[in-house]
Ligand binder design. Structure first.
Ligand code: 5GP
Length: 120
């Protein structure tokens, strides 16, 4: 089962720079950094700096609409910055059946190789 939505995760330490990460984009609301276990030549995680109960997309409330839009827009900016003109994929895993492992909302940005559809 998923942990409580306010439980801390490793991403809190990444946000506070208590553990290192390869940051590719940062502003006051959003952080984007390279996944430690990349599944494609480009694999970046885009997260809100303030979790505010958003352990996963399934926990989203109306108040989260602005940050949700900002995360998606950041994915577009970072895709361009990474040179993914030919296309890319974004993924949000949610809950145990969605293979979510870190309960702090994050968008995966994957690119640099041909993706397959349907996914496994
Ligand atoms: P999820 O499985 O929850 O959708 O994605 C979590 C992602 O976080 C995984 O792709 C995993 O490789 C990545 N990850 C877990 N711990 C760390 C870490 O300490 N640093 C970085 N950069 N990525 C991490």
């Amino acid at each position: 089962a998923a942990p409580p939505s306010d439980s801390p995760t490793i991403f809190d330490k990444i946000i506070k720079k208590e553990i290192p990460s390869a940051v590719v984009f940062e502003d006051d609301k959003v952080l984007a950094f390279r996944d430690i276990s990349p599944q494609a030549p480009t694999h970046i995680l885009i997260i809100p700096k303030v979790k505010d109960g958003l352990s996963g997309l399934s926990k989203a409330e109306e108040r989260h609409c602005e940050i949700l839009g900002r995360l998606l827009y950041t994915a577009k900016l970072v895709a361009k910055q990474e040179g993914l003109e030919d296309g890319f994929r974004i993924v949000i895993n949610d809950g145990p059946s969605g293979c979510q492992s870190v309960y702090h909302l994050h968008i995966h940005l994957l690119g640099g190789r041909q993706m397959n559809w349907p996914p496994g």
